[in-house]
Design a protein around this ligand. Structure first.
Ligand SMILES: *[C@@H]1O[C@H](CO)[C@@H](O)[C@H](O)[C@H]1NC(C)=O
Ligand SMILES: *[C@@H]1O[C@H](CO)[C@@H](O)[C@H](O)[C@H]1NC(C)=O
Ligand SMILES: *[C@@H]1O[C@H](CO)[C@@H](O)[C@H](O)[C@H]1NC(C)=O
Ligand SMILES: *[C@@H]1O[C@H](CO)[C@@H](O)[C@H](O)[C@H]1NC(C)=O
Length: 339
């Protein structure tokens, strides 16, 4: 970890130690990782194009698996075994969405995603799934466009969802024309990745830039999907969306270990009407506290008209402050591990 800035190395190091014991990185892979396509040839080919259905969980996961595979060499200088690949955050979050029941049809009009129905189906009515589309299809297509995937741009087509097709871009050219700013940010990240001089910090910054831009595009389009959920779940979605800006500004390193640890703090199932943080009886203290904390952060952000975010961003411009923020975060995670 010699090439990491000290703050990131402290965070990654501390959490690694806390996980030591059961330490096998492949244990941390998202669900069905082994069953997901790991190379282009695992997908169907039609008229010379690979056809990917991003509305089937392992197929969407396969896009991440290929991305992780094709970007591995650029992260080797930071650590072996792809451990510090910053793209791990994306498939892990998607795995969390799957495990916690957030990809199912929240309107319950279809059996999409349900255990008793088509359990690998990703519902186009799921807010989480639609937000994730912009964090899976777009970075994947931009990676193809940037040349790092080793296939040409016209060789990929994504299948549309069963409805609302026009809300989703399906190939590189349509994503670029519909979401030019976000696609160029993903491209900027891949350019940075290929530049030998890029530091870990630089990559985190470019990644979060693209990530936040993608979420902003998606949020506008899909905000009304939150109406399908209970009030606590809808609030959590909004709180989560706002909080990511703060996490991004702190340069949270989205490696396999830090994100795995972080996810222990997130709600392990979709929230129901009777859920009131911090009093949700079958959540851990950490999950209750974080849920409440995200809501408070959102309220502060609203009350100050996002001035709090502006101030936070200024604070986080210095490496020392980012180090302190991550240290606090790490201390909270560590403290709760004993409960
Ligand atoms: C880690 O787990 C994988 C799959 O479960 C296994 O193939 C591999 O040998 C394990 N590695 C170590 C170092 O235990
Ligand atoms: C990438 O995938 C190929 C083909 O499945 C495999 O041979 C290779 O070991 C993988 N590389 C990494 C770094 O995972
Ligand atoms: C890209 O997708 C759009 C629809 O989203 C379609 O009209 C267009 O023909 C596709 N372009 C290519 C090159 O496949
Ligand atoms: C947790 O609480 C919810 C809401 O009270 C309930 O529906 C669910 O069955 C509980 N789960 C477990 C594992 O106890």
């Amino acid at each position: 970890m010699a090439f990491l800035p000290p703050w990131a190395s402290a965070l990654v190091g501390c959490i690694s130690v806390s996980l030591a014991g059961a330490f096998n990185l492949s244990d941390l892979h998202p669900p069905l990782w082994n069953k997901s396509p790991g190379q282009f040839s695992d997908y169907r080919v039609e008229n010379g194009k690979y056809i990917i259905d991003p509305w089937v969980y392992p197929k969407r996961m396969g896009m991440y698996k290929i991305l992780l595979n094709k970007t591995a060499s650029y992260f080797e200088k930071f650590a072996p075994d792809n451990e510090l690949n910053l793209f791990w955050g994306l498939p892990l979050q998607h795995g969390w969405q799957y495990t916690t029941g957030r990809l199912v049809d929240p309107s319950q009009r279809t059996d999409c995603g349900y255990e008793s129905g088509d359990h690998l189906c990703i519902s186009v009515d799921s807010w989480w799934a639609d937000m994730n589309y912009f964090l899976s299809a777009l970075p994947f297509l931009a990676a193809v466009d940037s040349g790092i995937m080793g296939i040409s741009s016209d060789k990929i087509t994504l299948l549309p969802p069963p409805k609302d097709q026009t809300k989703f871009c399906l190939n590189i050219s349509s994503c670029q024309s519909s979401f030019p700013k976000t696609m160029s940010k993903w491209n900027a990240l891949y350019k940075q990745l290929q530049s030998l001089s890029s530091s870990f910090d630089d990559l985190i910054k470019y990644l979060w830039d693209a990530h936040i831009s993608a979420l902003k595009d998606a949020y506008k389009i899909f905000e009304d999907r939150l109406d399908y959920y209970s009030k606590p779940e809808g609030d959590f979605g909004r709180d989560w969306y706002v909080s990511l800006d703060y996490l991004a500004a702190a340069y949270f390193p989205t490696t396999i270990i830090t994100v795995t640890e972080f996810q222990k703090a997130l709600p392990p199932r979709v929230l129901v009407d009777s859920d009131r943080a911090p009093f949700i009886s079958n959540f851990t203290d950490l999950q209750n506290t974080v849920l409440l904390g995200l809501n408070l952060l959102h309220q502060v952000d609203d009350a100050t008209g996002s001035l709090s975010l502006a101030v936070w961003k200024i604070l986080m411009k210095t490496e020392v402050a980012r180090k302190i923020a991550l240290k606090i975060f790490e201390t909270i995670l560590a403290a709760f591990q004993h409960f």
